[in-house]
Design a protein around this ligand. Sequence first.
Ligand SMILES: O=C(O)CCC(=O)C(=O)O
Ligand SMILES: [Fe+2]
Length: 358
Amino acid sequence: MACSSQTSAPTLRTVTISYSELKDKNADLSMKIEEGFGPTGLGILSITDVPEFPTLRKNLLNLSSRLASLPEEVKKELEDPRSRYNIGWSHGKEQLESGKPDLLKGSFYANPLIDVPTTDAYLIERYPAKCGANIWPQAALPELEVAFKALGKLIVDVGMMVAYHCDQYVSKGVKMHEHEGLEHILLRSRCHKGRLLYYFPANQSDHEEDGDSMSSWCGWHRDHGSLTGLTCAMFKRDGVEISCPDSAAGLYIRTRTGQIVKAIFGEDEIAYQIGETTEILSRGYLCATPHCVRAPKGKESAGVDRSTSAFFMNPDWDEKLNFPEEVHIHKELIPSKGTLTFGEYSEMLYDKYYYKKT
Ligand SMILES: O=C(O)CCC(=O)C(=O)O
Ligand SMILES: [Fe+2]
């Protein structure tokens, strides 16, 4: 079946920018930035022709199933409850929209640039997810650290270039000090976070239970940081890469006007998505959109797994966020006068939307 009849959502290609255009600081990319990230955009755009990216992507995504199939006691050693499982291995610790534990995917989180962001015990206690040290499977899967850091560094470096052009676009409408721009905020941050995702092969009974849900693999959410670098997912059956048997499966996005679309981008492209913090700080010039992942359905899809990775670029925990007078999201958390650090702000968000500290 070519185009799916199971969903009425249209499929849209992301806006693309080539790496050579992106590298050029004199290029005026505001039209494309606006088309992708502006108020009527999908909150996502993708960068083509990034040297080395296709190999580094494959190197990392190929390790996700190997990590997920390590013995339980080995994975347990990679867990970090103190960070609410935001460092190391996480499986069944987050909740699905139904309130049930999310057993559909396993995630591995690490800071791709800094293994030990700080040794200050007070800070680690205060912001465990941001300040805690990385945990690598050094004995069980030593390749993971190498592949994760190599891809993460590239995605963050290219993300800085995207951020530069975002600032050029926003500065046309809003007066902002240079040091308050997205690029500078990200350059001085010590808390970027990568996530390698492995979606376990769904079996037939899961499909039936999921019914027609669009968010059957990953629930609706907006990324809360600044800018997320996302790889195109890789599908496998019995360890062999295949193209996804269900064209309705994949990443869905809800636009500002409430339209739901399936977003696609090429496997050799790095996609970037705007997070909520950027939406707030840019006064809405750059927009974060809710997104979710739909699992493949049907007989053909039994035994098919999905691997991907997301690199969340965030402000530093110490970054004082200069919120505008008028904000339309998370109003109740943001003081009308004065500032919050990103660390304080995100702990409040975790408490509100995710799981309470125990
Ligand atoms: O699996 C995906 O393609 C998206 C994952 C995602 O949106 C996230 O981790 O924030
Ligand atoms: Fe996301």
